[in-house]
Design a protein around this ligand. Structure first.
Ligand code: AMP
Length: 432
């Protein structure tokens, strides 16, 4: 019956998958801490107008939007940046700059579900607000690079561009902003021909079309070569040239700081969200065509929400996509081996003693299960094995009289009788 299935595009995460999501989230949070980003929690539900203001036509059409019972037009957040910009424009107006904020959680877009694309997904989100120094763009890229490395990807690369290149050409050609946004969206979807057709319909000069075409073709791994070519291609468009210089400066800084990663520079790179104004980038791994994360500079958004003019740059790694990529690349979780103990009472009267022991072990930070199904010892032991327990503690009358229990090392298949007083120490000793 359909009510017993998840809603289309929504997923259940069973323990093994949930563990992976939380693992990536944990690494992402640790990284935030190491780079000085403080965590904030914003609501899943926001005013529709806030979320719609500067996302994109596509996102606006695909929001889970509805009227709440009070008649407010609200929507489930499709991304974090609008909420963060709202915070900066209001409650954090006077916070000292730069502000470095981290958040993580679920997002909702009514996309067509497909490989790596769901209607509910998770992101970690880092925003560096209050400065437009190229060092801040560099920090966001460095941090993303660090995340990829910490998660253990052997190969990955950044696709990098600058929103100012295409905007610089289109602005100088007098293309209205709305029309520019539609062109960008087509480019983001790699529908280059349609984007060029739309550009032609926007009364761009012949030279403009030629430059646009050449810009879209200007890409490659050799950063300085691509930037040199791009600069030649857009030479007539001052803002586009300035954008390339800015991009060059940021990439030069990363290189000089010895931050190492593979790069593909694409002069005609566009991202779906409308608020980007500067560098834009996405993270990729081999054999997976979808981006694992994306980010860029957005200098006008906070002002749009009534704040002061505040430059900002950020990145949003997709948590479930990173998990997908880790599975595909066979990257294992770096989780240290932990003890896990099952306490089994030999008979019913000893069950309270088992509970008492479990509390003592948990105080020593040892994860403990107590046998809860009333199973006989042999059945309980095979159940403990199945659950991946490292130890079983068997509570029997005879040993208990002497203040002792049986400790079974389930990995080594050895057992010994130990004093209850030293039980936690004995267990911890086994894994050092
Ligand atoms: P965006 O917010 O569109 O810039 O996307 C940033 C990152 O979020 C992407 O690179 C993906 O990793 C992830 N992402 C975006 N949309 C989805 C989706 N529908 N399902 C899963 N992950 C997504």
């Amino acid at each position: 019956m359909s009510q017993f299935k998840t809603v289309r595009g929504m997923r259940d995460f069973l323990p093994k998958d949930a563990e992976k999501i939380r693992y990536v989230e944990k690494i992402a949070r640790e990284l935030a801490h190491l780079y000085g980003y403080e965590e904030v929690i914003t609501p899943v539900l926001e005013h529709y107008n806030l979320l719609a203001a500067k996302s994109s036509e596509e996102i606006r059409e695909r929001m889970y939007a509805f009227k709440d019972l009070g008649g407010r037009r609200v929507a489930l957040r499709p991304e974090f940046t609008a909420s963060i910009a709202r915070l900066i424009a209001t409650k954090m107006r006077n916070a000292p700059k730069p502000m470095k904020l981290f958040c993580t959680g679920s997002l909702y877009r009514y996309d067509e579900p497909q490989y790596g694309r769901f209607r509910e997904f998770w992101q970690a989100n880092y925003e560096l607000i209050g400065s437009n120094e190229p060092e801040t763009d560099m920090e966001i890229i460095t941090l993303t690079n660090d995340l990829a490395r910490r998660l253990g990807f052997r190969r990955y690369w950044f696709k990098i561009g600058h929103m100012g290149i295409l905007r610089g050409i289109l602005n100088q050609e007098g293309v209205a902003e709305g029309q520019q946004n539609l062109i960008m969206q087509l480019l983001d979807k790699k529908r280059w021909d349609e984007a060029l057709t739309l550009a032609k319909e926007s009364n761009i000069s012949q030279n403009g079309i030629t430059v646009l075409k050449k810009t879209l073709e200007t890409k490659g791994k050799d950063v300085s070569q691509v930037l040199k070519t791009a600069k030649r291609v857009v030479a007539d468009y001052d803002d586009a040239v300035a954008a390339i210089e800015n991009l060059g400066k940021i990439l030069e800084l990363t290189e000089k700081s010895n931050v190492k990663f593979e790069t593909i520079v694409e002069a005609g790179f566009a991202r779906g969200l409308e608020y980007y104004t500067g560098i834009i980038f996405e993270l990729y791994v081999p054999d997976l065509e979808i981006a694992l994360g994306g980010g860029g500079r957005y200098d006008k958004l906070i002002e749009l929400f009534g704040g002061e003019q505040t430059p900002a740059v950020g990145v949003a790694p997709g948590i479930d996509r990173l998990v997908l990529a880790m599975d595909k690349q066979k990257v294992s979780l770096k989780i240290s081996e932990e003890n896990k103990v099952m306490i089994i009472a030999v008979d019913e009267e000893l069950r309270t003693k088992a509970v008492e022991l479990s509390l003592t072990l948990r105080k020593a930070k040892i994860p403990v299960d107590v046998e809860l199904m009333g199973r006989a010892v042999s059945k309980a032991l095979s159940d403990a094995d199945r659950r991946g327990a490292t130890h079983a503690v068997i509570v029997g009358t005879k040993e208990l009289k002497e203040g002792k229990v049986v400790l079974k090392d389930l990995k080594k298949r050895e057992q010994r009788i130990v004093e209850i007083k030293t039980l936690s120490k004995e267990i911890l000793k086994d894994t050092g």
